[in-house]
Design a binder for this molecule. Structure first.
Ligand code: THU
Length: 127
């Protein structure tokens, strides 16, 4: 398994591919599976703003479409002063696959925090 810093470096590199003509706020994600496979993602915006795809869900959809659902760790990076906290929809989508996934969240200056998804999304909806 990659350490936090190495996974975050992959997330930061993935942000270079972000399609962000509206927000000009690139976000990158790197999602590591239990077998060590890593899928990256970036945000992909749309003129119909609500159709924008976040970096985290981009990575999740790439992984699932390639047959991977056993997620262990995700790193997220955005060039912001504060950590690039994942939005509520991305937290919910991650919880679908692993409610305890480890989440590393970076900010523009390279600092980061790591915590379980349970801290970001307690009392997850499920049925
Ligand atoms: N964004 C993400 O990629 N992930 C998040 O968890 C929060 C927001 C993107 C969506 C949009 O392209 C830009 O950040 C500004 O909201």
């Amino acid at each position: 398994m990659l350490n936090d810093q190495d996974l975050l470096d992959l997330a930061r590199a993935a942000a270079a591919h972000a399609y962000v003509p509206y927000s000009h706020f690139p976000v990158g994600a790197a999602l590591e599976c239990a077998d060590g496979t890593v899928f990256t993602g970036c945000n992909v915006e749309n003129a119909a703003y609500g159709d924008t795809i976040c970096a985290e869900r981009c990575a999740v959809v790439k992984a699932v479409s390639e047959g991977h659902v056993d997620f262990a760790h995700i790193a997220i990076w955005g060039n912001a002063q504060d950590c690039c906290w994942p939005c509520g929809s991305c937290r919910q989508v991650l919880s679908e696959f692993n409610k305890r996934i480890t989440v590393t969240i970076g900010r523009g200056d390279g600092a980061f925090v790591t915590m379980p998804l349970t801290e970001l999304l307690p009392h997850t909806f499920d049925f």
